[in-house]
Design a protein. Structure first.
Length: 494
C-alpha cells in the first residue's frame, strides 16, 4: 500500500468512526451478559467485520444448553467490509449448526441511525421498530455538529447528542425489550462531559448500569488502531431500577491481563443529588484514597466566593485584534504556552501564538481587569505529568490594567476580579497536588479539564487554603513539597 493509499484509508476510517474490537475484548464483552433467553434477538449496530456477534455466538456454542436460536440483525454502512462480515456470519452459522443452535442473520448495508430513527419516529407509513433482547455495540465515534443531518434525525426521536457514538447508544436502548441487555464499548467522555448531560439523563433513566470496566491502556482494546480516547465497557439492562451496588473493574486491556474488580455503592458512581448525572469511575486503590480525601472536604467553590470560567478570548473570532508582539494600545493575551512552572512567562516572542490583544470597545467585553488569577489548562497532552496544571497570573510580574485569557484556559476569579493573594496561592497548591490529580484521572477519562469539573470539585475551606497559601514560600516547590503541604492540611480535616 502506498503512503497516499494508507492516508486515504485512514481518513475514510476516521470518517466512518471505524475501529475494530480485538477478539479478546469482544469475548470479554460477551462474557458480561447475564444468561440470555432461549431465543435471542441480537443487534450488532455498526458491525464492522462482526467481531461482537462472533464473540456472542462463540459463548453460546461453548455454553451448551441455554440458547436454542439466535436471530442476528447487523447494520454496517461500509461496503468495503461487507464481504468479510458476510463470511464471518456464515462461519457463525456453521458453528451454531454444530452446537444445535438455529442461527439466522440479516445484514443491513445502510445507515443505522437513519433507518431506525424513521421507524422509532411516529411516521405513519414506516414499519414498527424491531425489538431486541441483546445488543452488543462498539459504535462509530465522530462529532456530529448541531446543524448536521444526523443531529436533526436524532432530535426528531428526542435524542440530543453531539457525538455519533452516543446517538447509536441512545437509539439502541430504545430498541431493547424490557429486561434486554446492552454491552457497549465507547469513549469515556459521556461519563462526565458537560455536553453529554442530556444523553446521561436519558441513558440512566432507561437503563440500569450493571458493570463498568476500564482499561489502563488506551490502545490495547483495539486491533492495531491508534485510538486516543480512553474507553469504557458497560453492561446495562433495560427498564429496571438502578442497582444498589455495581461492579467496577479494570485491566491493562492486553490479552489474558489480570482483572481487578471492586463493588461500589451505586450512589458513589452516580451521586443521587447530582443534577449533572456524572458517572464517576473509581478503579484503583489510590483513587479510593484520593476520593476519600477529596470527599471529606467541606467547601464548594461558590462558598469560597470564587468562580471558575473558561477564558473569554476566542482567538479566531477576534483575529484582527491579535498581535504577535505587544505594542501601544494592546494588553497581554495569555495562552497555555505562557505557563512557565508556577507562574506565567509573558511575552513569549518565540512562540507561535499571539502575545497581545488590542484594548478597545470591541475587545473590552472579552478582557478582565488585572489582578491575581489562578489559571488552569483545559487540555493537557498525554505526556504531561499531571492532568490538572495550574499557574498564577500575578500583576507584579506582568504589569497591565487589563488582560485577556484565551479560550484554552480556565481562570479562577472573584466575581470577575482578581483573587486575594494567599487564597489564590492556597488554591494553586491544592489544584497542583497529586491527590487532586488522582481524583481527576479517575473521574475523567479524557485529558480535558472543563470549568464544570472544577466547579463541582470539593475544596478545603477558605482558612485552610489561606494557611496553605501563606506556608507556600515559593511557587516553585517540588511536587513532593506541594504534596506534603496539601496532605498535612487535608489530614487535619478528617
Ligand atoms: C467502531 S467500528 C466497530 C466495528 C465492530 N462493531 C467492532 O467492534 O469491531 C463502527 C462501525 O460502524 C460503521 N458505521 C459508521 N457509521 C454507521 C452508520 N451510520 N450506520 C451503520 N454503520 C455505521 C463503521 O463503518 C464501522 O465499521
Amino acid at each position: 500500500m502506498t503512503i497516499a493509499d494508507e492516508i486515504s484509508t485512514r481518513e475514510r476510517r476516521a470518517e466512518l468512526g471505524q475501529f475494530f474490537t480485538a477478539d479478546h475484548v469482544a469475548d470479554f464483552m460477551a462474557s458480561l451478559l447475564a444468561p440470555p433467553p432461549p431465543t435471542v434477538r441480537l443487534l450488532d449496530a455498526g458491525a464492522g467485520v462482526g467481531a461482537l456477534t462472533q464473540a456472542f455466538v462463540s459463548r453460546c456454542c461453548e455454553n451448551c444448553g441455554g440458547v436454542r436460536a439466535i436471530d442476528a440483525t447487523l447494520y454496517e454502512i461500509d461496503q468495503e467490509v461487507l464481504s468479510a462480515l458476510d463470511t464471518h456470519l456464515r462461519e457463525c452459522a456453521r458453528r451454531c449448526s454444530k452446537a444445535g443452535i438455529s442461527f439466522h442473520f440479516t445484514i443491513h448495508a445502510s445507515d443505522f441511525i437513519q433507518d431506525m430513527s424513521a421507524q422509532l419516529g411516529d411516521g405513519l407509513f414506516s414499519a414498527p421498530p424491531p425489538v431486541f433482547d441483546i445488543a452488543l455495540a462498539n459504535p462509530p465515534y465522530r462529532k456530529i455538529h448541531s446543524g448536521s443531518a444526523e443531529r436533526r434525525i436524532l432530535r426528531r426521536i428526542g435524542v440530543e447528542t453531539s457525538n455519533l457514538y452516543t446517538g447509536f447508544i441512545a437509539v439502541i436502548h430504545r430498541l431493547l425489550a424490557p429486561g434486554g441487555q446492552l454491552v457497549g464499548i465507547t469513549p469515556r467522555s459521556f461519563c462526565n462531559g458537560p455536553y453529554f448531560r442530556p444523553f446521561r439523563e436519558d441513558f440512566l433513566n432507561q437503563l440500569a448500569l450493571r458493570r463498568l470496566h476500564v482499561f489502563d491502556s488506551r490502545q490495547a482494546a483495539f486491533r492495531k488502531d491508534s485510538v486516543l480516547q480512553e474507553n469504557i465497557i458497560f453492561h446495562a439492562e433495560k427498564g429496571v431500577e438502578q442497582p444498589r451496588e455495581i461492579i467496577v473493574s479494570s485491566s491493562s486491556g492486553e490479552r489474558n491481563s489480570e482483572i481487578h474488580q471492586q463493588i461500589f455503592p451505586f450512589s458513589e458512581i452516580v451521586h443521587p443529588k447530582d443534577s449533572e448525572r456524572f458517572i464517576h469511575i473509581p478503579s484503583t486503590a489510590r483513587y479510593a484514597e484520593a476520593k476519600t480525601a477529596i470527599d471529606s472536604l467541606p467547601s464548594r467553590l461558590d462558598a469560597l466566593g470564587v468562580t471558575v470560567s473558561t477564558g473569554r478570548v476566542v482567538d479566531f473570532r477576534l483575529k484582527d485584534a491579535l498581535r504577535k508582539t505587544p505594542e501601544s494600545g494592546t494588553v497581554p493575551l495569555l495562552y497555555p504556552c505562557h505557563f512557565n512552572g508556577g507562574t506565567v512567562h509573558w511575552p513569549k516572542l518565540q512562540a507561535r501564538k499571539p502575545n497581545a490583544i488590542l484594548d478597545n470597545d470591541e475587545t473590552r467585553p472579552w478582557l478582565v481587569p488585572s489582578g491575581i488569577y489562578l489559571l488552569t489548562k483545559r487540555f493537557t497532552s498525554k505526556e504531561e505529568r499531571r492532568r490538572l496544571v495550574a499557574c498564577l497570573f500575578d500583576p507584579d510580574q506582568v504589569e497591565t490594567e487589563w488582560v485577556g485569557f484565551e479560550n484554552h484556559l480556565n481562570y479562577f476569579h472573584a466575581g470577575g476580579h482578581g483573587l486575594e493573594r494567599t487564597l489564590a496561592i492556597g488554591l494553586y497548591a491544592f489544584l497542583n497536588s497529586t491527590v487532586v490529580d488522582q481524583y481527576f484521572r479517575c473521574f475523567s477519562g479524557h485529558t480535558q479539564v472543563n470549568a464544570t469539573d472544577l466547579r463541582t470539585l470539593a475544596y478545603p475551606d477558605r482558612d485552610t487554603l489561606q494557611t496553605m497559601g501563606r506556608e507556600m514560600k515559593s511557587l516553585d516547590l517540588s511536587q513532593e513539597k506541594i504534596d506534603q503541604l496539601v496532605t498535612k492540611h487535608l489530614h487535619a480535616h478528617r
